[in-house]
Design a protein around this ligand. Structure first.
Ligand code: PMP
Ligand code: GLU
Length: 399
């Protein structure tokens, strides 16, 4: 018998964000200038003191396996940071460090989900959630939210989606792909339903440090008494410290769940890279001015993108409260022809924009929201400015 691929993996969709980024890279390799708004990845290099900590760790011989959930010093630093920033008490035994937040999410669903369980995922959602849930045999239940409410799930929408199989609510705030963020009272209203219906929350807080203006981020674990015991927080080094390539993410959870994830990790990957873990300690324990400097730069870009979108007829997006995405409604620009090419949906729109103007974005359909396109502004002002000129030229060419 020739080797066959398992049914579960055959059903797995590849990551659309990674696929669009790969297409953009291909064009770049072919010598084209590409205005790449596809990948949600800070364009800054990792701050110097973090890189130095990694080389110091190598020289000091920290090049071996570590404890499965990560080295104690890092887990203690993560717990301390959540205490200092959000007033939450966690011990290091409640922290599990993994190979990126994506891996953390995989761990969380693997240890919590049984086949047939239902996991509520508000749409638009980040591309990997539904696929990671499906890998466990559980069922992602996608709940559409309204643009008029900045794509935030309401307690009524949550209540209507719950069945006797529902076990988990997933929330990403600030959101990838929409950039919107729940206010503390909005999370508290969701928490009331979660408590009433005895659910667990997986709270993806990876964009926690990238919040604009005087908006206040709240961790789901803090919004009602008792929520900490039923929340698994996912966070990591990738976005706040421009460390995507180092692959360090973490969870904060009840001890029982942390122990289960640690067991899983001990069989699956042993541990995240020792060198990256030492770098992450320097990131968390070192000066936080690098985070503030990057946020200041993102703030300028966000303002530029907000103004450009507002100035283009028939283009709009929800409040960009956090993260580095604009989730643009392109519906007025569909069902049109661009240089003779008929464009009826968001996927065709993004591909035509890439082919005709070398601007890479990601189609809303990949995030469960047809009629939208995600623009990542984790790129330079120069590229943003030229890219928006091209988006405008593309839209003007539609007939
Ligand atoms: N969650 C969200 C919402 C993200 O946008 C990302 C970005 N890739 C991740 C998790 C995973 O981050 P990483 O694996 O790089 O830590
Ligand atoms: N989170 C980023 C994005 O949405 C990185 C790509 C990925 O991990 O899928 O673009």
């Amino acid at each position: 018998m020739p080797p066959t691929i398992s049914r579960i993996i055959q059903a797995l969709e590849p990551s659309a964000t990674m696929a669009m980024a790969a297409k953009a890279k291909e064009l770049k390799a072919a010598g084209k200038t590409v205005y790449d708004f596809s990948l949600g990845e800070p364009d800054f290099t990792t701050p110097e003191h973090i890189c130095t900590a990694a080389t110091d760790a190598m020289k000091a011989g920290h090049t071996h396996y570590t404890a499965a959930p990560g080295i104690l010093e890092l887990r203690t630093a993560v717990a301390r940071q959540y205490h200092d920033r959000h007033g939450l008490e966690y011990g290091p035994q409640q922290v599990v460090v993994s190979n990126g937040a994506k891996h953390s999410l995989h761990n969380v669903f693997t240890v919590l989900c049984n086949p047939g369980d239902e996991v509520i995922i508000p749409a638009p959602y980040w591309v990997s959630y539904a696929e990671l849930v499906k890998l466990t045999g559980a069922v992602p239940v996608i709940v559409d939210t309204d643009e008029a409410n900045d794509f935030k799930l309401t307690p009524e929408q949550l209540r209507a989606a719950i069945t006797d199989k529902t076990t988990i609510l997933l929330v990403c705030s600030p959101s990838n792909p929409t950039g919107s963020m729940y206010a503390p009272d909005e999370l508290a209203a969701l928490a009331d339903v979660v408590i009433e219906r005895d659910l667990t929350v997986v709270s993806d807080e990876i964009y926690e440090r990238l919040v604009y203006g005087d908006r206040k981020f709240a961790s789901f674990a803090t919004v009602r008494p008792g929520m900490q015991e039923r929340t698994i927080i996912v966070n990591g080094a990738s976005k706040a410290y421009a460390m995507t390539g180092w692959r360090i993410g973490w969870t904060l959870s009840p001890v029982k769940i942390a122990a289960a994830m640690s067991n899983l990790q001990s069989q699956e990957t042993s541990n995240p890279s020792s060198i990256s873990q030492y770098a992450a300690i320097a990131a968390i324990e070192g000066p936080q001015t690098c985070v503030e400097d990057m946020l200041a730069e993102f703030t300028k870009r966000r303002e530029f993108v907000r103004k450009r979108i507002a100035s283009i007829d028939g283009l709009s997006c929800p409040d960009m409260a956090g993260a580095f995405y604009a989730f643009v409604n392109v519906k007025p620009h569909l069902k049109r022809s661009y240089q003779g090419e008929q464009v009826d949906n968001s996927s065709q729109w993004c591909l035509a924009l890439l082919e005709q103007q070398n601007v890479a974005t990601v189609m809303g359909s990949a995030f469960g929201a047809e009629g939208y396109a995600r623009i990542s502004f984790a790129t330079s002002m120069d590229i943003l400015s030229q890219g928006f000129d091209r988006i405008e030229a593309f839209l003007n060419s539609g007939k």
